[in-house]
Design a protein around this ligand. Structure first.
Ligand code: NDP
Length: 284
């Protein structure tokens, strides 16, 4: 069977985003289907925010097996699903939808993807570590619970809009009992940089520009710096971290593991990780 030929029997999955053309998820999942010789295809769908409601209804009407959600739909999708489970219950962010017998279930694999990436690609166990998390948007909310669950010792949350970071802090501490500090980027000088082990960027700074969310003078060689953004040539933060002697991890690694976890949820089996990895490495 040639799995690239789409027929009435082909199982369809998709990613909904705005924009979506840049997404590497179709290449990653289709490479897995080709390798497995499965009659499945994963397609990018450009869904604008005003069309999300209808697009989610269409998952059932068109009998898609599953969908990933990317910017800007991860939070808005929550109220459109039949049931939310796992990480999304607390984080309020959904990146994976499973269509099971016409019922739509949603959860997030971003947090578990990040922690797997730290452990499996970074050789880094977050347990007992001191973490600086940059950003307080949807992806920060998705990863913060998993970092706490992984046993981190301390957390500093820094965001451009202090109030957004403060409300995330209130919610997370209320949910988990884990207390941590929120800081304004203007207070970077007051941070105990020597105590840190891990810096994670979840802001979108560096994606469409050549800026870094962290001045390079703060980088220390014993940090692991994880930028969840990925782009050709690397982000400024990662390039500066590498020059400062830090170990670095790029968003490609998180993309891989969140995709592996989504695949697991849709098909209840492990995908060929190395095939997926080489498909995205080739493109970025
Ligand atoms: P959100 O829009 O929810 O949050 C964006 C964050 O970036 C906020 O903290 C925002 O701060 C901050 N920010 C945006 N512009 C600036 C700026 N100019 N200066 C300082 N801070 C800024 O987005 P997400 O959290 O969902 O996604 C963030 C990034 O992570 C995206 O680029 C996305 O592609 C990437 N991502 C990668 C994944 C992967 O698998 N590798 C998975 C998920 C996301 P403020 O609150 O002040 O607006």
């Amino acid at each position: 069977m040639n799995s690239k030929i789409i027929t009435g029997n082909t199982t369809i999955l998709a990613v909904f985003g705005d924009p979506v053309a840049h997404s590497l998820s179709p290449a990653m999942h289709n490479a897995a289907f080709d390798f497995l010789n499965w009659d499945c295809r994963y397609i990018p769908c450009h869904v604008q925010p005003g069309d999300l409601h209808n697009a989610i209804k269409a998952i059932k009407a068109l009998t898609f097996k599953g969908v990933n959600l990317t910017i800007p739909h991860k939070q808005a999708a929550l109220s459109e699903l039949d049931e939310v489970f796992g990480d999304s219950l607390m984080s309020g962010s959904v990146n994976t939808v499973i269509n099971k017998k016409g019922k739509l279930y949603g959860t997030s694999t971003d947090g578990i993807g990040l922690v797997r990436s730290l452990k499996e690609d970074g050789g880094f166990d977050p347990s007992g570590k001191n973490v600086l998390l940059l950003g307080a948007g949807g992806s920060a909310a998705a990863v913060i619970y998993r970092l706490i669950d992984a046993g981190i010792n301390s957390l500093f949350l820094v965001n451009r809009s202090f109030s957004r970071a403060a409300s995330l802090q209130q919610k997370v501490t209320g949910d988990t009992g884990f207390e941590f500090k929120v800081m304004d980027p203007a207070d970077f000088d007051n941070l105990d940089w020597d105590s840190l082990d891990l810096v994670i960027n979840t802001t979108s700074v560096g994606l469409h520009d050549d800026l870094s969310p962290l001045p390079k003078r703060y980088l220390k060689p014993d940090f692991l710096v994880f930028d969840i953004i990925y782009k050709k040539g690397g982000t400024r933060l990662l390039n500066e971290a590498r020059s400062a002697g830090c170990q670095v991890l790029s968003g490609l690694s998180m993309l891989l593991f969140q995709g592996v976890e989504s695949f697991n949820l849709w098909f209840e089996t492990n995908p060929p990780i190395n095939i997926m990895r080489s498909a995205i490495d080739k493109l970025c």
